[in-house]
Design a protein around this ligand. Structure first.
Ligand SMILES: Nc1ncnc2c1ncn2[C@@H]1O[C@H](COP(=O)(O)OP(=O)(O)OP(=O)(O)O)[C@@H](O)[C@H]1O
Length: 668
């Protein structure tokens, strides 16, 4: 066979093969077309199902939000009402008690004094008059008796004398009559004289009788006077009895007041009982609400592009952050089109729960026909706060957790994210950061519940975990003792104790602000000396809240942990070496242990790896105790240069949240 024939033969075979492949291709095309038709026919039905499901989901979501809002309003209203009743009642109670005490004292004193004085006066008067009258009466009586006896004696004497004389004279007359009848005339004259004398004597007797009668009249007068005095003494006695009766009435009045006071005391007891029941109900509702929201929650917060970021690289920004004041705020008119990522936070409820990010231009993959359309990355969390949200709005959502710690729960709130993503701004910003606001709320609530018998002891520890070392941020010698590893974590009787770390009694929000300033100053100095150290340590504020109600005997013991985690950069992204590489590895190890612990708790695994890092060992009872509640902030930057870190942070957080999926653009 010639060369030309061989080439022709090869071409013919190749043509044959191509024809066969074309046939096969046609067949495959036919199959694919029929599959496409079938799929197209099913599409409307699937679409309808999808829409129906979406509607159902929206309704459920709306219902949940409404109920949630209602419960919160009821909670607020009830708390307000309770406080108002309590205040009103306390004022009323105090007023009544004061009034009553004053009245009782005045009346008691007045009456005691008046009665004693009157009694004394009347008694004295009575005794004096009685004594006088008795004395006069006795004198008169004895005078009268004396006069009577004298008079009787005199009468008797006169009568006897007269009788004697009469008898003698009669005898003499008879004797003379008999002896000298002839001397009758002379004797007759003498007799007449004697008769005259007798008449005179009889007149004397009459005068004596008259005098006796006069003395008897005087005696009667004196008797009348004595009777009058007796009557007066009787009326005085009556007056005394009346005063005694009046005193009895007042004593009765006092007794009825005592009974009223007793009634008031019982009412106070009853009100206290009601308040106690209300408090128990409030705690139950609060607990239920928190359970409904879930014991582990994840909130996403997007940081706006700040002025410097639009022009600086990530490295530049880091160095700028390390010298930045923690309270600084340099927000530009965000988002600046050239530097900001394209975000969309979807409102499925009254607050967004989804965040969508469109892949920036320089991250898109290219194909032979040009750029592939951008991917939209979709993440969902318990709540999403966009660039425009403020610390105050965010605190509104976490204040319930602070209340839980006052109710005796162990609460853990921490901020996760790359360096410069706004963790410190969220947690510690002066006045409105989560730490200052939580402390303020704690003291406000303590003041409110003091009125219903609660007293709290608030203590705090402020520490830093750097690698495997725990440093006391409140110690005066913080900088000198850095990383000497003196502190130890111990778990005793279900409680966590950190030894060799300053613990102080917290008394007011202003005192905590001063501590925050000192701590931030210490960290800044250490950062300046040691090349941005603060971004590479976890900063933990532990607040212990021990409460006791003296009236009801209830007691609570809660803990609130507020944590600013170290930056979460990837080694590949940060391109560090040497000490910085070791630091980054250690941070990533502890952050991924934290993620593992939370995921194990969410999945209710039998073994929870608390011991894998110092951080998780420290927070063991606050992350996974029986009554613990955890909230994680994932802080992300909206700067386009941080796209990769933002996506990594969101992926980590969504994994922790346990409901994640990443939906890629179907046109890819
Ligand atoms: N929501 C925000 N609004 C305005 N400015 C913000 C916001 N979040 C952060 N910033 C500013 O961004 C800068 C970096 O924030 P911040 O220091 O809080 O980040 P970070 O995540 O704590 O960093 P690091 O890990 O280094 O501690 C600060 O100047 C801060 O004031």
């Amino acid at each position: 066979m010639s060369v030309g024939e061989r080439i022709r033969e090869d071409h013919r075979k190749e043509l044959q093969e191509l024809t066969q492949r074309k046939e096969l291709g046609k067949k495959r095309l036919g199959q694919l077309q029929s599959e496409l038709w079938i799929a197209r026919a099913d599409l409307p039905e699937i679409q309808l199902d999808l829409e129906k499901l979406q509607r159902e989901y929206d309704e459920l979501e709306e219902d949940y939000v409404k109920k949630n809002k209602l419960i919160r309003e009821m909670d607020d209203k009830r708390d307000e009402k309770l406080l108002a009743i309590q205040r009103e009642f306390d004022v009323f109670k105090k007023d009544q008690e004061d009034k009553f005490d004053r009245q009782v004292k005045i009346i008691g004193d007045e009456y005691d004094e008046k009665a004693a004085k009157m009694l004394r006066e009347k008694q004295e008067e009575f005794e004096k008059r009685e004594g006088d009258y008795k004395k006069v009466g006795k004198q008169l009586r004895s005078q009268l008796e004396q006069i009577g006896t004298d008079f009787q004696d005199r009468i008797r004497l006169l009568r006897r004398q007269h009788q004697l004389r009469l008898d003698n004279e009669k005898l003499e007359v008879e004797k003379r009559t008999r002896e000298a009848e002839d001397l009758i005339r002379r004797v007759g004259v003498e007799t007449e004289v004697l008769n005259g004398e007798l008449k005179e004597k009889l007149r004397g007797v009459e005068v004596g009788n008259k005098r006796f009668e006069a003395l008897s009249g005087e005696f009667r007068e004196l008797e009348e006077k004595a009777e009058k005095f007796e009557n007066e003494a009787g009326s005085l006695r009556k007056n005394l009895d009346e005063t005694r009766a009046e005193l009895g009435e007042k004593i009765k009045e006092m007794e009825s007041m005592k009974r009223r006071c007793e009634w008031f005391r019982k009412e106070v007891g009853r009100y206290e009982g009601c308040i106690k029941e209300e408090e128990v109900t409030r705690r139950r509702i609060h607990e239920k609400l928190q359970e409904l929201k879930g014991n582990i929650r994840v909130f996403c917060r997007v940081k706006p592009v700040v002025m410097e970021e639009g022009v600086n690289s990530m490295k530049d920004e880091k160095s700028q952050i390390s010298t930045n004041n923690l309270t600084g705020n340099g927000v530009s008119d965000f988002p600046s089109a050239s530097s900001s990522l394209s975000f969309r936070c979807d409102n499925f409820a009254s607050y967004p729960q989804h965040i969508k990010i469109i892949e920036p231009l320089d991250h898109r993959r290219k194909s032979s026909i040009g750029l592939i359309s951008p991917r939209t990355l979709d993440f969902s969390f318990d709540m999403v706060f966009d660039q425009h949200s403020t610390n105050s709005e965010i605190f509104e959502e976490i204040s319930q957790l602070v209340q839980s710690s006052l109710d005796g729960h162990n609460v853990c709130i921490f901020a996760y994210g790359q360096t410069g993503s706004g963790k410190t701004y969220t947690m510690s910003n002066k006045d409105d950061g989560m730490i200052p606001r939580s402390v303020k709320l704690i003291f406000e609530r303590i003041e409110e519940v003091r009125q219903i018998g609660w007293k709290y002891e608030v203590t705090g520890q402020f520490l830093e975990i750097y690698g495997d070392n725990i440093n006391d941020l409140m110690a005066d010698s913080y900088l000198n003792n850095l990383d000497r590893n003196k502190a130890e974590i111990k778990h005793i009787d279900g409680k966590t104790i950190v030894t060799n770390i300053t613990r102080i009694v917290l008394k007011s929000p202003s005192q905590v602000s001063e501590i925050l300033l000192r701590v931030n100053g210490n960290r800044m100095t250490a950062s300046t000396r040691m090349n941005d150290r603060s971004s590479r340590s976890h900063c933990v504020l532990i607040i212990n809240l021990i409460g006791r109600n003296e009236r009801t005997g209830q007691a609570v013991n809660g803990t609130l942990n507020l944590i600013d985690l170290a930056g979460s950069e990837r080694i590949s992204q940060s391109q560090v070496t040497g000490i910085r590489l070791r630091e980054t590895r250690s941070i990533n190890r502890s952050l991924s242990s934290l993620g593992d612990v939370i995921m194990s708790l969410k999945n209710r695994s039998q073994h929870v790896p608390y011991r894998n890092s110092k951080l998780t060992y420290l927070l063991q009872y606050s992350l996974g105790g029986g009554s613990s509640k955890t909230l994680m902030f994932v802080n992300v930057s909206s700067n386009v240069e941080h796209f990769n870190e933002t996506i990594n942070s969101l992926r980590f957080a969504e994994k922790v949240n346990g409901a994640g999926y990443i939906q890629e653009d179907p046109r890819k």
